[in-house]
Design a protein around this ligand. Structure first.
Ligand code: DSN
Length: 420
């Protein structure tokens, strides 16, 4: 018996999907962790693989009918290993958080000591936040960015490592705008006999495209998400040294996940293939150039950039010098009304709560996918400034909304794509 014919017109959901498509393509998407996946990535995500169970790994499944799935997952593994020069890859993590928790499960025992960057200084929930399982199950000690330069201080990290003797050092960030060299982390890890995990969730596309140093030769384990700068489907991935392959695979399945999402794995394989093309290098470098141009334009309008600027895809903007009354929360809300989407973000040592904040985080992966370049960045900065200066003037905000739509129309993404 087929699906109920009465639901063929599920307009409630499909109208909403169309509304979301319209929102995405008519506004400026400046959330640093988002991107526009290709139509091929989205076709694989919405494919027949959504129907299949395949617990296990290629050649070792607990269900029948997995010959094709095996080929797909093997291809995803082969491609991602080539992309990052890794010994071993596990492409099954459902997300970056799942990838990180699986690594902890594989490498640590509950109560083991770990060192990671504090969430409020640019780390991630899974780097030991007390409200996250990582901070509940393991004994995390946090390092912070320097009070004046707002950059990682490897002398401080080394001192903490010597003091606490962690079993694992977690490198990686979610709102740190600077290059993260892997060598200093490796040196400290070696000195104190710790393992090293590098979470490149944000920068995996930059690493793949050669616009950021690759930590794979230095780290025991590298985790990342596939949907940010890498421009794939929502999901996670783990790379590791071959000696850790079995322990990592067991920690993902059966350790922390059940059936893998093979539709997402097929889409990851598509994204890895796209990232292996020469044009992806150009894309990755253009993201960084665009971020630098946007940061410079914002600075010229009186905003303060945390750490003084950016060398990645993102910037964290301190709103206080621009307008002491303006909070990150208010900025996010009013900019959304103007079709400019970004997120409020704590600045280091923020006097306001994480729900309010004194900053915003801005990223250029999505607008770069649309084809925008340095020339468009001052315009984006100008729109942001106009909205924030006139935040109580609905007509002015609406004027900018119209200009944003006009700009986006010149850089069409998903031109012919419909919700279905
Ligand atoms: N939510 C992601 C980000 O925006 O950085 C991190 O998990």
């Amino acid at each position: 018996m087929p699906w109920p014919s009465e639901t063929n017109n599920d307009t409630a959901i499909f109208d909403l999907l169309e509304a979301e498509r319209t929102r995405q393509v008519t506004g400026l998407q400046l959330i640093a962790s988002e991107n526009f996946a290709s139509p091929d990535v989205m076709a694989a995500t919405g494919s027949v693989l959504t129907n299949k169970y395949s617990e296990g790994y290629p050649g070792k499944r607990y269900y029948g009918g997995n010959a094709v799935v095996d080929d797909i997952e093997a291809l995803a593994i082969e491609r991602v290993k080539k992309l990052f020069g890794a010994d071993h890859a596990n492409v099954q993590p459902h997300s970056g958080a799942s990838a990180n928790m699986a690594v902890y499960l594989g490498l640590l025992k509950p109560g083991d000591t770990v060192l990671g960057l504090s969430l409020d200084h640019g780390g991630h929930l899974t780097h030991g936040s007390p409200v996250n399982a990582s901070g509940i199950l393991y004994k995390f000690h946090s390092f912070k960015v320097g009070a004046t330069d707002e950059r990682l201080n490897f002398d401080e990290i080394r001192e903490l490592a010597i003091e606490h003797k962690p079993k694992l050092i977690v490198a990686g960030t979610t709102s740190y705008p600077r290059r993260l060299e892997p060598e200093p982390f490796k040196k400290i890890a070696d000195e104190v006999g710790a393992m090293m995990m590098f979470d490149i969730a944000h920068i995996s596309g930059l690493v793949a495209g050669g616009a950021h140093p690759n930590p794979v030769p230095f780290a025991d384990v590298v985790t990342f998400t596939t949907h940010k700068t890498l421009r794939g489907p929502r999901g996670g991935c783990i790379l590791c040294r071959k000696e850790l392959a079995t322990v990592i695979d067991k920690a993902v399945f059966p350790g922390s996940q059940g059936g893998p999402l093979e539709h997402a794995i097929a889409a990851k394989a598509v994204a890895f293939h796209e990232a292996l093309q020469p044009s992806f290098k150009e894309y990755a470098h253009q993201i960084v150039k665009n971020a630098a141009a946007l940061a410079a334009a914002l600075a010229s309008h009186g905003f303060r950039l945390v750490s003084g600027g950016t060398d990645t895809h993102m910037m964290v903007v301190d709103l206080q010098p621009f307008d002491a009354e303006l909070t990150g929360k208010e900025a996010q809300l009013v900019l959304d009304t103007a079709g400019i989407t970004l997120n409020r973000n704590s600045i280091p040592n923020d006097p306001r709560s994480p729900f309010v904040t004194s900053g915003v985080r801005i990223g250029t992966p999505s607008v770069t996918t649309q084809g925008m370049r340095e020339a468009e960045m001052p315009l984006i900065a100008e729109y942001i400034v106009t909205v924030l200066r006139n935040r109580n003037d609905a007509a002015k905000v609406a004027e900018v909304r119209a200009k944003v739509a006009q700009l986006c129309a010149k850089f069409p993404v998903y031109a012919n794509l419909k919700a279905r």
